[in-house]
Each structure stands twice: as C-alpha cells, then as structure tokens.
Write a protein that binds this ligand. Sequence first.
Ligand code: NAI
Length: 340
Amino acid sequence: MSAKIYYDADADLSLLKGKKIVFLGFGNQGSAQAQNLRDSGIPNDVILIANQQDSYAEAAKAKGFVVEHDFEKAAEVADVLFLLIPDQVQPRVFNEKFAPKLKPNAVIVIASGYNVFYKLLNFAPTQDLVMVAPRMIGSSVRSLYEKGKGFPCFVSVEQDGTGNGLPIALALSRAIGATKAGAIASSAREETAMDLFAEQALWPNIIMLFREAFSVLKEAGCSDEALCYEMWMSKEPAEIFERAAEDGFIAQLKHHSTVSQYGQLSGALALDGVAARAHFKDILYNQVLNGAFCKKFSLIEADLEKDGQENPLNELYRRTEETELAQAEKRVKARLGGLV
Ligand code: NAI
C-alpha cells in the first residue's frame, strides 16, 4: 500500500490570504510552526498566539508575536486554529473555551491524531478538521526550516466541513515547511495506531529485552561498567538507528564485522516471532484501536498533576529504578562522573 505524498507544488499559499491564524500554544511545536509560518510570508498581524500567562507567552512576545491570554477572544477571531498544547489538556481547553466561540467554518489543525481518533474534541460538522503532524521534535521543525530543508510530516483531512479541507491543509503544511520534503497522506487513525503501538508494544519490549539481557550477562560475570558501555553508553544503538535511517534497516548491517553480520542475520531468522506477533496484535487491537488504553488513561490523567507517589508516573519510575539495569547505571554514573 503506497501513500500519496504532497510537495510544495501541490500547495497554494494564497489560500491563506486574509485568514486569521491562531496558534493555541507556543511550546515545542507551537513556537517552531508559528515562526516557520511567519517566515513563509504570512504577515505577523494575521498571526495570533493564544497562550495562558506563562514563560511560553513571554517567549512568544519576545519573538515579536501578538499574544492573547483570553482564549474565548482568540477563538472568536480564528479562521485557522492550530491546537498545539499537550494532548491531555486539549479536550478540556478546546471544548470549554474554543468550541463554543469558533466560527462555523473555522479550520482546526491538530498535530497528533489521539484526541480526534478517540473523539474527545467537540468540533462542529461545518468546520474543517485537518491533521498536519510533523514527525520531528519542534526544535528540528524549526532548524530544518531555517536550513531550507523539509521534515517528515503526516497530513490528513478528518472532517471536510467546508469542502475545502485538503487545499487548506496543504497550504498550511507548506507554510510551516512540511511539504518541502514531502508530506505523507495519513489519517488520525493511522497516526494514533502507529504512535501508541510504538509506545505500548514496541518500546516496552525493547526496554524489557535490554533489562533481561543486562541481568543474564551480569549473572554470567560481566561488570556493570562493561555492560552499560557495551549496551548503550557507547551510543552504539543510536548509531545503528542513524545508519538504518540513512543506509537502510538491513543494509546498515554491512558496517558491522562479518561475525556480527552472521550472528545478527542468522539469529533473527531463527526467531519465529510467533509469540511476539500475537502479543503485538493483542496490544494493537485490544488496547489501542478499541480505545481501552484511552479509557484507562483518562481515569488517571488528573493524578498525573500530583506530586510524589500519588502520581502514577512517579510510581512507575520508582519501580523501574529498582531494576538491576537502572541500579547498575546509577552506580556507574556516580563512579565515572563527568566521563559519561
Ligand atoms: P508543549 O508541551 O510544548 O506545550 C506547551 C504549550 O502548551 C505552552 O504554550 C503552554 O502554555 C501550553 N499549555 C500547557 N498546559 C496548558 C493548559 N493546561 N492550558 C492551556 N495551555 C497549556 O506541547 P508540544 O510538545 O508542542 O505538543 C503540542 C502538540 O504537538 C501535541 O498534540 C503533540 O502530540 C504534537 N506533537 C508534538 C511533538 C513534539 O515535538 N513534542 C512532535 C509532533 C507532534
């Protein structure tokens, strides 16, 4: 299945002429996207940063943007609204402050599929809901744009209330610099499925594999210092993934010794992956796509603001820090000081 890719030539910036563009949030993505959009020729006086009174608001002012602290006022003037505050606070802020005041033909732009896929945002059927989701952290969205380069990005139209959703989504993508390298046609479902699958299936397995590998090698007499270096402190895994992105997932193996190539390829082919595939499918269908995780997460969301052990995230960190790998890393870091 190959996806459509949109480039600068597919996007018409003039569609944004005369539109008031409001960025809700000036954090990682908000600051990068607003600056890119302005540098693409969108006049500063049609850009408004809607932000609570905090250091992000001050940063926006320092960059010369007009900042509105009253969200209802910002909602009333918005032709385009970029939703760039953390996903977990979006439903409350959007549904309470923006939805009742937004124009019936406003364009709402999301950078992550989560709240739309799980139907947590109350937008009107006449409005456009588009996704322009950079696959990069905000600082890279900005620095690549400044270098005249593009960045990977997903684009989709989740609701085409005005009938003009795609051209507007592409114009906005171009304005933030996302069509330069090609914006990939996607959907909130696809983005959410891949994102949460990586977070809840792939990376937990990688963490578990490192944890167990560490314990097995330690039991066999390997020192904490050697293990930490061998497994991640040397940055070898980071280098492997960098090569995988550049040369190819398999082709990067050619940079390793013959013994290593033989071991890796024969070892991977000897694993049938049946149990892993069943586990992955279970997470994808019974945790991610059916909304079970979202429902469970919404029950503990408020507790994530708490301090100490009442915060479930702190409790997870506490338990994880008890593992052999984490304890050993702490000792090694303390011993080696500035060396690592
Ligand atoms: P962030 O954490 O940098 O957001 C900070 C901004 O949110 C600030 O302007 C702050 O004033 C505002 N904010 C925080 N709490 C608030 C509240 N309770 N009420 C009102 N405003 C509040 O957010 P980030 O990381 O830029 O994420 C924004 C969106 O971009 C999310 O949908 C995220 O999934 C998506 N995204 C983020 C990426 C990243 O680089 N972090 C990468 C790709 C997408």
